[in-house]
Design a protein. Structure first.
Length: 255
């Protein structure tokens, strides 16, 4: 991850605009913008100052770099987002793609979050909780449901389960997540999915037991995306061959 990613995560977690953060730090708004775009490198002390200005504390750890997920992620990123979900759904589970299609057809303002969003964005983890989790402004279901399973849990027509969250951890709710969300199209219909950075922000602020491993998976997706952008795109080999060749070119990691 880039230093600018931490700046963006902290600022959005605090619900600040770039201008508001700049004023707290005594900087120009353009400086914050350059940091977040990656146009200007951010020093460690700058990231610490940003965290403090956002009411947060930077908790740094030195971990052994693990690239064991890289090849899986690279292969996932070659696939269509819906195919990524199909391949990570355990056998015998409900049809998550049909559930996503129903959400897209509802045209309700929402952003997909949780494990299904991780799969759509290319992470390598098999879905352990086959529930479609969405952020919406209301606890009411954004589409037709066959029955209610809990306070904010529903069963969609076709068997897929739906969980509606109004304010996920580390966010300011739907409008916050909508700004960085990305578009996935299902049968010509648009569905908004939380960005990898925002999914990482949610996992980082979550107290769930699985949040730590999810955060590592999101970081790995960001690393692979960055490395792939730096690799040549003028390659006509099959995806699997191109990925293997690309991985061999990466800097070896001592174990």
């Amino acid at each position: 991850m880039r230093g600018g990613d931490y700046v963006l995560m902290a600022r959005r977690r605090a619900g600040l605009t770039q201008r508001e953060l700049a004023e707290r730090l005594g900087l120009r708004q353009a400086t914050i913008a350059r940091w977040e775009r990656g146009d200007r490198q951010v020093g460690f002390e700058d990231v610490e100052a940003v965290a403090a200005a956002c009411g947060l504390r930077l908790d740094a750890h030195l971990n052994v770099e693990d690239r064991s997920w890289w090849s899986q992620i690279a292969l996932q990123l070659e696939r269509d987002p819906l195919d990524r979900v199909r391949r990570l759904t355990p056998p015998g589970s409900s049809d998550l793609v049909a559930g996503l299609s129903a959400l897209a057809a509802s045209a309700h303002p929402l952003v997909v979050i949780g494990e299904v969003a991780g799969a759509l964005q290319g992470w390598p983890l098999v879905l352990g909780d086959t529930v479609i989790e969405v952020c919406a402004e209301s606890a009411r279901p954004p589409t037709d449901v066959s029955r209610r399973r809990g306070r904010h849990d529903y069963e969609l027509t076709g068997g897929a389960r739906l969980r509606v969250v109004d304010v996920p951890p580390g966010t300011q709710g739907l409008r916050d997540l909508m700004r960085g969300s990305e578009s996935t199209h299902i049968e010509g219909l648009e569905l908004r999915v939380a960005s990898v950075l925002d999914l990482l922000r949610i996992a980082d602020a979550s107290t769930r037991r699985s949040a730590r491993i999810e955060a590592l998976a999101y970081q790995a997706v960001l690393d692979v995306r960055t490395a792939r952008c730096e690799a040549t795109t003028a390659d006509e080999r099959a995806p699997t061959e191109r990925i293997e060749a690309w991985l061999k070119e990466q800097t070896p990691v001592a174990t």
